[in-house]
Design a binder for this molecule. Sequence first.
Ligand SMILES: NC(=O)C1=CN([C@@H]2O[C@H](COP(=O)(O)OP(=O)(O)OC[C@H]3O[C@@H](n4cnc5c(N)ncnc54)[C@H](O)[C@@H]3O)[C@@H](O)[C@H]2O)C=CC1
Ligand SMILES: O=C([O-])CC(=O)C(=O)O
Length: 331
Amino acid sequence: MAEPIRVVVTGAAGQIAYSLLYQIASGAVFGPQQPVFLHLLDIAPMMGVLEGVVMELADCALPLLAGVLPTANPEEAFKDVAAAFLVGAMPRKEGMERKDLLAANVRIFKEQGQALDKAARKDVKVLVVGNPANTNALICSKYAPSIPKENFTAMTRLDQNRAQSQLAAKIGVPVKDVKRVIIWGNHSSTQFPDASNAVAIVGGAQKSVSEIINDDAYLKGAFVTTVQKRGAAVIAARKMSSALSAAKAASDHMRDWFLGTEDRWVSMGVVSDGSYGTPRDVVYSFPVTVTNGKWKIVEGLTISDFARQMLDATGKELVEEKQEALDVCKD
Ligand SMILES: NC(=O)C1=CN([C@@H]2O[C@H](COP(=O)(O)OP(=O)(O)OC[C@H]3O[C@@H](n4cnc5c(N)ncnc54)[C@H](O)[C@@H]3O)[C@@H](O)[C@H]2O)C=CC1
Ligand SMILES: O=C([O-])CC(=O)C(=O)O
């Protein structure tokens, strides 16, 4: 059995963490041979609740769980971690956009960037889930200059999973048989869920999703808006934001980053190098493949006029969010 790796989850007393911790501790993320030592960070008033979570983790009797450290101190939480799930942040309520959380949440990611810089392994892989996830990831990276910026990512995997699931239901195939759906841009209502490269297996043969569905108005209309607004639809129904599906997506993202994707495309928010004419130095979601722990943007895709408009609109929003976040972080 390998040596345990240290993994931190922030917002560990919250909703998403309640589903996520089991997945990490049971081996679903880092594999069935990799023991984990969990660091659980939350704020001081939540330490009582966190104690209950620690009790429940013990009561799961999980063979891969090597230890648990609950704490309200970010530097203690980030000490020597190889993977960081940054979940802790305020969730939105009905009627809000995710960027309305920026002023409240971005300072958390400034502080945690500084603490990661001091305490984490320099090869730590950081996944930001707390909203607005892309801009929080950018700020976190800016305040952790000793860690490569490639190691900071934002979660758009939930959007990818939603998009894949919508297309599978429309076509009438299992979700695993739909591939190469892309989420471009921001984890917000300007994101572009793009099915133009997607393929599905129907009757044993792989075909283009556009050809199978044969309804351009749907693929550019209802499909896009359903995925863009799915988070709000869950909040309207549950009166709380998605947690089960968010935890599953966080597990998918980190598993693929650690263990690789082979030829699968997955969407991750990464610091943009300007690929596909997107603005540089914002955290933009691209299709990537992962080999040996390193992600690489899928190259050479054709961008239609419609896609160009969508990529530009979500890029513009990210540039605006970045400016607002930098202003908030000045104080
Ligand atoms: N990127 C994505 O696809 C998704 C992102 N989210 C976002 O994830 C975040 C967490 O959502 P939930 O777990 O439902 O919220 P929650 O309110 O149930 O839990 C958040 C936890 O974070 C803690 N927290 C607050 N400030 C902290 C700090 N400075 N350090 C450590 N912990 C801190 C809170 O005390 C609380 O226990 C929200 O911002 C939500 O909008 C939610 C779903 C999907
Ligand atoms: O919509 C929200 O506020 C929570 C979230 O990010 C999602 O469900 O995608």
